[in-house]
Ligand binder design. Sequence first.
Ligand code: SAM
Length: 258
Amino acid sequence: MGTIEENKNSWSHYDWSHSGDEWSSCWGGTDYLWWGTIFPRIHPFVPCGRVLELAPGYGRCTQYLKSMCCQLTLVDLVENCIEACKQRFELADNIDFHVNDGRSLNMIDDASIDFIFSWDSLVHAEADVMESYAAEFARILKPKGRGFIHHSNMGAHRDPQTGKLKAGVENPHWRAESSSAELFRGFCESNNLICVSQEMIAWGGETMNDVFSYFTHQVNSPVKETRVIENPRFMEHASRVLELARLYQPQRFMENKG
Ligand SMILES: C[S@@+](CC[C@H](N)C(=O)[O-])C[C@H]1O[C@@H](n2cnc3c(N)ncnc32)[C@H](O)[C@@H]1O
């Protein structure tokens, strides 16, 4: 999983019959993932005017974001994802839908977006794609706009001599191996953005394979240096949220058994 073509091929042929909700099971479902894990991180940025959700898939997060903004712009590399979102959200009158080339956002005007959001998608995007998107983010963000994106940190675990993953490091979730928190920080700097914070997480293993980057324009940043933290317990938190789901929505689990 890496190049734009590989991503396009893989996600065009993926079995989307559960709309991506299958990836929320560790949390006890998508409602619990959203309210227990995603919303606590992004609540300072919404509600707001115009949001870009990059790579929404079949709309797992879109269903919540659409009521947290005046206008929601959806951009995905894969046509059937955008078609599925059009159908799923046909009653919403504040969403515009676009298929892109996997690296540019030329359907979006300069300085027009208040909040950029991407979840569980750019983890599969290699460094060249992240570099290209960083330049686009700088162009489309309003002066006080903010971004929160979930992307790969697998590049931090490569052996610089061989370019391959260091001994003992595995990549079971198909993370992009050239991308990293540090590289994205640099791409932001080159475009006069700054990562205000980066939360490195271990997604389904011991390796800090993923990162959440919160960024904004340098001139309007509340900080001058990025705060980077490691959160190896990310999945433990998901298990706690799952416990809550089992306590307060037990019928969901009974239905699943039945
Ligand atoms: C694992 S799915 C996640 C979808 C959604 N964010 C969710 O959490 O359910 C990955 C999505 O990323 C999209 N994607 C992958 N690479 C992309 C790129 N370079 N630009 C835009 N979309 C991309 C795929 O088409 C697919 O819809």
